[in-house]
Design a protein around this ligand. Structure first.
Ligand SMILES: C[S@@+](CC[C@H](N)C(=O)[O-])C[C@H]1O[C@@H](n2cnc3c(N)ncnc32)[C@H](O)[C@@H]1O
Length: 292
């Protein structure tokens, strides 16, 4: 079988199984092919598509396609995934970074609220519920003089944080990882910026999620407690203590939660901005710590 035939057959199988539509199914098959052949996809598509696969390659590709057809996330099969300009290790035990998180992080970094910190500020930040470390690593890369604390309650998630810091030594030098519960381990008044993508799915909605998410991503990364907003409620109640006056708090949330979150008690904080994601869905709220 040629690489092209494998691609066509597998993309069609992925489409029949409802994993992805047309181009999405072909892209998924292409990424598996790239992983096994060890060649960039464009190269495979250009010249290599006519080449005949070896028996070993066909067997390896068959195993990966079967895993994907059993609804294992493509990202876990590949073992890595992109977040903005980072490539991060992912796998069972950690949430796969999402494009909607890229959207608000990008918007936050381009917003006047953050630009007033200056071009190269020596900020101190915390990333609550860091998972792969996606957001914290992005901030550390953007601000080469910044320092940050990456917090997660899950030891399994922090193992991925550790691996991703090892992949990014220039940023890792300025980052510390802590196993902890929200702001509990953070020093009073020490932070210019606290960001977080904490779980925000209502547990009643968990059974209806796609199998890739429901059966493979960790529940501790998804379940936001009653109404989905319990963890964010707890952060808002306590984060005013750790942010210095004028500092910012940016939290990702689910579509339809904005109105509820705006009404939650947030001592010493004033709401400053709301960002939607690229699909136009409510995604992030930003508060500023009031002067004491
Ligand atoms: C939705 S995932 C986000 C991961 C990563 N920040 C991202 O955007 O891809 C939520 C993360 O919060 C962590 N988490 C859940 N409850 C927590 C708590 N009480 N304190 C700290 N981290 C928590 C989970 O382990 C998980 O890694």
């Amino acid at each position: 079988m040629t690489a092209r035939e494998w691609l066509q057959t597998t993309a069609a199988a992925f489409q029949r199984a409802g994993l992805a539509e047309g181009e999405g199914a072909a892209a998924e098959a292409g990424l598996l092919l790239e992983a096994v052949l060890g060649e960039p996809r464009l190269q495979v598509m250009a010249g290599g598509a006519r080449r005949t696969l070896s028996e070993a390659e066909e067997a390896a590709l068959g195993r990966l396609a079967a895993r994907r057809l059993s609804r294992e996330p493509l990202q876990f099969i590949l073992g890595r995934w992109a977040f903005l300009d980072l490539t991060l290790e992912v796998g069972p035990g950690v949430l796969i970074p999402r494009p909607e998180t890229e959207d608000w992080v990008d918007r936050l970094l381009g917003s006047p609220l953050v630009e007033r910190f200056g071009a190269d500020p020596a900020l101190v930040f915390a990333d609550l519920g860091t998972g792969t470390g996606a957001i914290g690593l992005t901030l550390a890369r953007r601000w080469p003089r910044s320092r940050g604390i990456l917090v997660d309650i899950s030891a399994a998630a922090l193992e991925f944080t550790r691996r991703n810091l090892a992949r990014h030594p220039a940023e890792a030098d300025r980052l510390a990882m802590v196993r902890g519960d929200l702001c509990g381990c953070l020093r009073t008044g020490a932070f210019d910026l606290v960001v977080g993508n904490l779980p925000y799915i209502d547990p009643v909605d968990l059974p209806g999620l796609e199998p890739e998410v429901r059966d493979h991503e960790p529940r501790v990364a998804l379940d936001g407690g009653p109404g989905g907003v319990d963890l964010i409620r707890r952060v808002l109640a306590e984060v005013g203590r750790v942010v210095r006056p004028g500092g910012l708090v940016a939290l990702e949330h689910g579509h339809g939660q904005r109105a509820v979150l705006q009404r939650l008690p947030a001592p010493d904080l004033a709401l400053r901005a709301a960002f939607d994601d690229a699909a136009g869905r409510e995604r992030c709220l930003v508060w500023e710590r009031r002067p004491s």
